[in-house]
Ligand binder design. Structure first.
Ligand SMILES: C[S@@+](CC[C@H](N)C(=O)[O-])C[C@H]1O[C@@H](n2cnc3c(N)ncnc32)[C@H](O)[C@@H]1O
Length: 263
C-alpha cells in the first residue's frame, strides 16, 4: 500500500466539498480579527489555506493575503469562492498550490497564520519545527504569528488500534457520496508519531465506486513543543489561548493557540 508523506491527502473534489460543508466554524477567524484589531491593512500569509475559510474574511477586511495549499482540489474551491468576490478584494488574494515544506513562502509578511490544527497535517516534529523556522525567515521584524493546534497530552499510545473512525461522510450537491475513514495502526512512542491507514470511498450517481487506501502518519504536537520552537527561533510569545473563544491557556486546555512576535 502507498504511503502518503503527510497525515492526510485532501486532493479529491468530493472530499473538498464535504470539508467545506462540515468545517464551517468561524470562532478562530473572530479571534484572529480581535487580535489584529483596527491595524492598517496587513500583508498576511496563510499556510495550509485549504478552501479559503480563514483567508477570504480577512481579505474582505482589506488585508493582502497569500495562501499556500498542497491540494489542487481544496485550492480550486477557494478559487471558485474568490471569483464571486468584488474585483478589488480578488486582487488582494494570491493562492499558491505547493507544499509548505518546499520553502518558497515569499517574504515581507506582517502576519503568518497556521490555523485549524495545521501541525497535525504533518508527520514529524522536524517538519513542524521547520514551519516555524520558515515563518521566521518570511516575516518582517516584529511580524506576528498565529499557530492553532490541539495540545497533545501524551495519551494516544494506548490505542484503540485497528478500529475504524469516520472522518467526513455525506453527499455532494451533484449526488456523489463520499466517506473518509481512518484506522490507527500503531504508535511510535519515541517520536510521538501515530501511524494510520486512511480509506477514501466515493460512489458516483451512476453507481461507480472508487476506493483509495493509503498509509500515513502524524506527529502529535504539544503546547510545550510549539513554545520551545517559537523561543528557539526568537519569537516573543505575546499570548497563549486555550480555546478559540480566546480564554487563557492552562495545562488542562485541549488547545494551545499561540500569538507571538518575531523579535
Ligand atoms: C484542516 S485543513 C485546513 C484548511 C484551512 N486552513 C481551514 O482552516 O479551513 C488542512 C489543509 O492543509 C493542507 N496541507 C496539508 N499538508 C500540507 C502541506 N505540506 N503543504 C501545504 N498544505 C498542506 C491540506 O491539503 C488541507 O487543505
Amino acid at each position: 500500500m502507498q504511503k502518503y508523506k503527510y497525515s492526510g491527502n485532501y486532493d479529491d473534489p468530493v472530499l473538498a466539498e464535504l470539508y467545506d460543508r462540515f468545517e464551517a466554524y468561524s470562532n478562530d477567524i473572530e479571534l484572529l480579527q480581535r487580535l489584529i484589531g483596527s491595524s492598517k491593512p496587513l500583508n498576511i500569509l496563510e499556510c495550509f489555506s485549504g478552501t479559503g475559510r480563514i483567508l477570504i474574511p480577512l481579505a474582505k477586511e482589506g488585508h493582502r493575503i497569500t495562501g499556500i495549499e498542497i491540494s489542487k482540489c481544496m485550492n480550486n474551491r477557494a478559487v471558485k469562492k474568490i471569483d464571486t468576490l468584488d474585483e478589488n478584494i480578488q486582487k488582494q488574494i494570491t493562492l499558491k498550490v505547493q507544499d509548505v515544506l518546499d520553502s518558497d513562502w515569499g517574504s515581507g509578511y506582517d502576519l503568518i497564520i497556521m490555523g485549524a490544527n495545521a501541525f497535525y497535517e504533518l508527520s514529524s516534529s522536524q517538519q513542524q519545527e521547520r514551519c516555524i523556522e520558515l515563518a521566521h525567515e518570511a516575516l518582517v521584524t516584529e511580524g506576528l504569528i498565529f499557530i492553532d493546534n490541539n495540545d497533545y497530552k501524551g495519551d494516544w499510545g494506548k490505542g484503540p488500534f485497528g478500529k475504524e473512525r469516520i472522518g467526513f461522510e455525506g453527499y455532494c450537491t451533484d449526488g456523489t457520496y463520499g466517506k473518509g475513514t481512518a484506522k490507527d495502526l500503531r504508535f511510535d512512542d519515541k517520536n510521538q508519531v501515530l501511524e494510520m491507514k486512511h480509506t477514501w470511498y466515493t460512489r458516483g450517481t451512476n453507481g461507480k465506486e472508487i476506493i483509495v487506501e493509503y498509509l500515513c502518519s502524524k506527529h502529535l504536537v504539544s503546547a510545550n513543543e510549539v513554545e520551545f520552537w517559537l523561543k528557539k527561533y526568537s519569537f516573543h510569545i505575546l499570548k497563549i489561548f486555550g480555546d478559540r473563544q480566546g480564554n487563557p491557556y492552562t495545562t488542562e486546555s485541549n488547545r494551545a493557540i499561540f500569538w507571538a512576535k518575531k523579535s
